[in-house]
Design a protein around this ligand. Structure first.
Ligand code: CTP
Length: 422
């Protein structure tokens, strides 16, 4: 087999070679593990997150690597033997090779140092349990063979998802969600024993034992998958969605919304952050009760909370939007909603209203009238309700094209003031 680490970007190869040489000076051995090894075998692009298993003392090694490689330690958990380093744009997770013991289902494990082979066996799936030893000579990584005691490469070639031990999903039910993501992304099929374990874990309600925060982390990862619709389709097929978000089902309408987002013919995807928009497109069909249940169960960050509140009003709003509306009438309906929510409305709408909403987002929403509140005060308008009304009407006049520049705006203001006096 080719030297797999040759496929890594040269600056990363250099960082890993330096790290391996430094580790050797404190009697530690580094192994590239997890998703990176899997993705190297699949010849997929390698992301910024690099997992290293360390046979040795991470507490001692992490500061040494940070200083010598010019990085910073962004997290450390001595009780778990882990540390995270930021070096250039890579996030390097160091974890001492360990065995895990779960005192109860779905809680965090108690860990103890153990050899690499034991560490690989405690992991989720065979395809994530392969390693490559990092050995450096003269600043370069030496070609090392794949270490694959659990036959992950065979499973990967057969596109097979295989759990490594019977208690895996009881110990850590997030692995059900990880399995769905991986299977959807890499087109994997669970082998029979794994499928049976997933079914049992769902029947036993293990997902309900997880804290909302842990589920939320997995949901966020789903939102950043290349094809979230495929993940939801598979989660629905595996009967997982009802445990996480009751009311969420895969449908062709959902797939079409997400496809429209992906193709983004109207060129508006860049106007709002991706994750809330994708979440909105996924949750668009949920009933008011189901949306409220999501709000109550998860402690979502503000953009998502706002989206969920606005989503419940969105279907009736969609019905009020017709192509006969003027820009200012559309603005009156939409201006209080977040850009993400309006983007959701766009991707969920019919073709004719969709282009109107796209035009609103691109052109009309960012439009500012030629005069500000300060300008109006300089023209003699006192601060107060009249000034607020004038500013609002001036925006409407600008949107509809009655006002086009400062001169027409000033004339318009004097006309309004004269009309108010008479
Ligand atoms: N892992 C595990 N059980 C979990 C989470 C992680 O066994 N619940 C192990 C797997 O070996 C996994 C590795 O830790 O490969 C790193 O986890 P993570 O960085 O979350 O995922 P990746 O496998 O790197 O996958 P992705 O491509 O989705 O980032």
């Amino acid at each position: 087999m080719d030297h797999l680490t040759n496929r890594l970007e040269p600056p990363l190869q250099h960082i890993l070679a330096c790290a391996a040489a430094l580790a050797a000076t404190v009697d530690a051995t580094l192994w590239l593990v997890g998703g990176v090894v899997r993705d190297l075998l699949l010849e997929l692009p390698i992301g910024r997150d690099i997992d290293l298993a360390v046979e040795g003392d991470v507490t001692r090694l992490a500061p040494l690597l940070a200083t010598t490689l010019g990085g910073t330690i962004t997290a450390r958990h001595p009780a778990f033997g882990t540390a995270t380093l930021a070096v250039d744009h890579w996030i390097i997770d160091l974890a001492q090779t360990r065995t895990e013991y779960y005192p109860q289902p779905a809680v965090l494990p108690v860990v103890q140092p153990a050899p690499l082979t034991t560490d690989l066996a405690r992991r989720d799936f065979s395809i994530n349990a392969m390693a490559i030893r990092l050995v450096a000579d003269d600043g370069r990584l030496l070609p090392m063979p794949l270490f694959d005691p659990l036959n992950g490469a065979v499973d990967l070639a057969a596109r097979r998802l295989r759990l490594l031990h019977d208690r895996s999903l009881r110990d850590d039910p997030t692995r059900i969600l990880r399995g769905v993501r991986l299977a959807a992304r890499l087109n994997l099929t669970p082998e029979p024993a794994t499928a049976a374990q997933i079914e049992t874990a769902l029947t036993n309600g293990y997902l309900a034992l997880l804290t909302p925060e842990r589920i939320q982390t997995e949901l966020c990862l789903t939102l950043s998958e290349p094809d979230p619709a495929a993940v939801v389709a598979l989660a629905d097929r595996w009967q997982v969605t009802s445990h996480i978000i009751p009311g969420l089902h895969w449908s062709s309408a959902l797939a079409e919304r997400l496809a429209r987002y992906r193709h983004d013919e109207a060129g508006i995807a860049g106007l709002a952050p991706a994750e809330p928009v994708i979440a909105g497109l996924l949750l668009y069909d949920l009933s008011e009760d189901d949306l409220q249940a999501v709000r109550q169960r998860y402690h979502l960050p503000t953009p998502f909370r706002r989206l969920l509140i606005e989503l419940s009003r969105l279907r009736s709003l969609a019905q009020s939007i017709t192509t006969t509306l003027s820009p200012s009438q559309l603005d009156a309906l939409l201006h209080s909603y977040s850009t993400a929510t309006i983007a959701v409305l766009h991707y969920a709408a019919t073709t004719s209203t969709a282009s109107l909403i796209a035009r609103y987002l691109r052109e009309w929403r960012p439009l500012r009238p030629p005069l500000t509140g300060d300008d109006l005060q300089a023209m003699g308008v006192a601060p107060g309700p009249q000034l607020g009304r004038l500013l609002r009407d001036l925006r409407a006049a600008t949107l509809d094209g009655t006002v086009t520049d400062r001169v027409t705006a000033e004339r318009w203001v004097y006309q309004q003031l004269a009309a108010a006096r008479s």
